[in-house]
Write a protein that binds this ligand. Structure first.
Ligand code: SF4
Ligand code: SF4
Length: 322
């Protein structure tokens, strides 16, 4: 369902187990990822971390969290993570040298998550961009206790250009998870105190949603407050609407947007659209918005709803990359 570096995850939920004290087996592989520890690299060696990981019997992908250590400790640990196919997470001192440290760890081959405490950072957007450019595979942010502010922060960071985001947040039901994921988060992380039955239910529901809709963290339309990925569902900019603000953020003109969308969908299953508002599926809305005109085109061309959304996902990635 989700690929982060060399990690293939069954679902976008991570369980964070700081002390490894709980019987993680009770999650029975329902979480996509289990993160162990906060291993202090000034005190433990890579082989001790490896041993702690090897003792865990779980069907979930495994990772570990670290703190401290000198550059040499970090790169040795990263080599072990790469060899074992584990996710390595670091909490780095946020100084001018952060990007260089990330690059050095990445050069050792590990799939790397960087954990950041948002209140310790003045400009989270810039830091996220810097980490992305340095090659971090994941940015792990703790947004617990922020209520409705949390999705807004996710959108701001995601729109500014960030590595895939793993968000620690308060999730009590499916909608809480969707509120974070639909704003640009790729994963959510929960404490190992979470009820295993709830985690199993949540991950199953997210997987079913993904199978049905084809894009588990699909954005909202831009005019419904969605992040920049929502441009994939936008109409041509023919009126004054929030798309104009979104285009300003990505630094392209309305004309360039039209050209880019047409070029990216030409010759693809999103090109046709006889009978739709703008003559091509390129401009059509999200599948969750009922529309018999779009659905008639999808039927005519044998495009399943989840396939339509996968094509829109690719379009959103290409639009933001171009
Ligand atoms: S272009 Fe259409 S979908 Fe996009 S923000 Fe404007 S009205 Fe909404
Ligand atoms: S045809 Fe339907 S899906 Fe396409 S743009 Fe118009 S309202 Fe949206």
């Amino acid at each position: 369902m989700l690929k982060i570096g060399y990690m293939n995850l069954d679902d976008p939920v991570a369980i964070i187990s700081p002390n490894g004290s709980r019987n993680l087996g009770s999650f029975n592989g329902s979480a996509g990822l289990i993160m162990l520890g906060r291993f202090n690299l000034d005190e433990v060696t890579p082989s001790e971390i490896k041993m702690a990981m090897d003792q865990r019997r779980t069907r979930s992908a495994l990772g570990f969290s670290t703190v401290g250590g000198k550059l040499e400790d970090l790169t040795e640990t990263a080599k072990m993570a790469a060899q074992e196919g584990r996710l390595m997470e670091v909490e780095l001192p946020l100084t001018d040298g952060t990007a260089d440290l990330v690059k050095a760890i990445k050069n050792s081959g590990a799939t790397l998550s960087v954990r950041v405490k948002p209140d310790a950072v003045e400009d989270l957007r810039s830091l996220a961009r810097e980490l992305k450019e340095a090659g971090a595979d994941l940015l792990h942010l703790d947004l617990r206790g922020l209520g409705p502010m949390a999705p807004k922060i996710v959108k701001k960071i995601s729109d500014g250009g960030a590595p895939p985001l793993m968000i620690r947040c308060d999730v009590g039901d499916f909608q809480d998870a969707r509120n974070i994921l639909s704003m640009g988060a790729d994963m959510i992380s929960l404490s190992d105190d979470a009820d295993p039955e709830f985690v199993a239910w949540l991950t199953e529901t997210l997987k079913k949603f993904h199978d049905l809709v084809g894009w588990y963290n699909a954005p909202k339309h831009i005019c419904s407050g969605g992040d920049l990925r929502g441009m994939a569902f936008c109409c041509p900019p023919v009126k004054n609407c929030p798309l104009l603000g979104a285009l300003k953020k990505v630094g392209i003109s309305p004309e360039e947007f039209v050209d880019r969308k047409l070029a990216l969908t030409r010759g693809t299953p999103l090109e046709p659209g006889d009978g739709t508002c703008f003559g091509s599926l390129a401009w059509c809305c999200k599948i969750t918005k009922p529309c018999f005109m779009r659905d008639a085109v999808l039927d005519r061309h044998g495009i399943a709803p989840d396939e339509y959304m996968r094509l829109k996902k690719k379009l959103s990635e290409d639009l933001l990359k171009a």
